[in-house]
Write a protein that binds this ligand. Structure first.
Ligand code: DQA
Length: 147
């Protein structure tokens, strides 16, 4: 089984970006930790980050038929992107939506997501620890996620 982690805009700055909100762990550390979790469950793992909406759409399309589960933090595209939502639905790969911060405790316009109603599950506000939780959940629950 194969798991893909996707991070959207500005998440390349994890660790240095507003550390009081997003913590001090870098994206590279997050990806290394997730790879180890996936490997411990005999899953292959790939990580992708982009600041560009179209590049994220392209990566999701390329995953069709190759990836069994996606963990995605769409960053600010959470609140704007019909295109990324449509790409995920178009490839029929189950996904977990993840946010480092508790978006519901922040500005009202962060409360709406274009992804939540289609996500197999949502993780918010667990900090970067949420990434490991999400990858482990996907690794253990492929069958249930597909339903
Ligand atoms: C975020 C929350 C979004 O509102 C924000 O635009 C981000 C990060 C999070 O991980 O908490 O870039 O997705």
């Amino acid at each position: 089984k194969s798991i893909l982690l996707i991070n959207g805009p500005n998440l390349n700055l994890l660790g240095t970006r507003e550390p009081h909100i997003y913590g001090s762990t870098t994206l590279s550390d997050v990806e290394t930790n997730c790879r180890a979790v996936a490997a411990s469950h005999d899953c292959t793992f790939d990580a992708f980050q982009s600041n560009h909406e179209g590049a994220i759409v392209d990566r999701i399309q390329a995953a069709r038929g190759k990836v069994d589960g996606i963990v995605i933090n769409p960053g600010a595209y959470t609140h704007t992107s019909v295109a990324i939502r449509d790409a995920l639905l178009g490839v029929s790969i189950p996904f977990i939506e993840l946010h480092v911060s508790n978006v519901h405790a922040r500005e009202p316009w962060r409360h709406h997501s274009y992804f939540s109603d289609k996500a197999a599950g949502i993780i918010v506000g667990l900090g970067v620890h949420g990434y490991k939780v999400a990858v482990e959940h996907v690794a253990l629950n492929f069958k249930e996620l597909e339903k």
